[in-house]
Design a protein around this ligand. Structure first.
Ligand code: BEZ
Length: 210
């Protein structure tokens, strides 16, 4: 069954390029991005894995661990790492799950049979410190993901978990945010002094500090 926003994500044990892990223990109260890619030694995947490796410091700044998965075995992941380095210049610096028996892929509904019976789609699961699913994305094999968008989404998720705000279309950190409708005008005056009312249901305020 599909995992939906707000659900606790299932735990699993798996072999990865960095050893065997228990997923919930591995993320240990941090945010996590679990993402699947269709196959090893394929062109789009090669560029994606290099892109994620280069962005690892950005994920770390956000207290977020990253882990990849495909249904290829670990020895293939290990051989492929050199190609990723040759092509992108980046050394893979996060674990990749080898899932040849599709245990994790099935658990997380990463195989969409009308797309492919055998390969995982490009799923992204952003999971909170409470192990609950905060955001999910599904891309087809032919469309590589924008990992800056994933960082931007984490910024929004972390901000909106802390303050009673929402982020508008195309928001970037530092830009104004929206006060959620559940906050009354009276409360908004105390919490967000000087906020702007564009419509009675659309009130904006500078990006909260802290
Ligand atoms: C790729 O990663 O390049 C890819 C994988 C499967 C189908 C098409 C492209």
């Amino acid at each position: 069954m599909a995992i939906r926003l707000g659900d606790e994500v299932p735990n699993f044990s798996a072999d990865t390029t960095e050893g065997r892990i228990d997923f919930h223990q591995w993320k240990a109260g941090k945010w996590a991005v679990l993402f699947s890619h269709p196959r090893d030694f394929t062109p789009v995947c090669t560029t994606e894995l290099g892109a994620v490796a280069k962005l690892k410091p950005e994920f770390e700044k956000r207290n977020t661990r990253v882990i990849g998965l495909s249904v290829d075995p670990l020895d293939a992941h290990e051989r492929w790492v050199q190609d990723i380095k040759d092509v992108t210049g980046a050394q893979v610096n996060f674990p990749m799950i080898g899932d040849p028996d599709k245990k994790v892929a099935d658990m997380y509904d990463m195989i969409h049979p009308n797309a492919s019976d055998t390969a995982t789609v490009r799923s992204v699961f952003i999971i909170g410190p409470d192990n609950k699913l905060k955001l999910t994305l599904t891309y087809p094999a032919s469309t590589g993901r924008n990992f800056f968008e994933i960082l931007r989404a984490i910024d929004s998720l972390q901000l909106t978990a802390k303050h009673q705000v929402a982020t508008p279309a195309d928001w970037q950190p530092g830009e104004d945010v929206i006060i959620v409708p559940a906050v009354s005008d009276e409360d908004a005056k105390k919490r967000f002094p000087g906020y702007v009312t564009k419509k009675p249901y659309l009130r904006t305020t500078p990006h909260p500090q802290g």
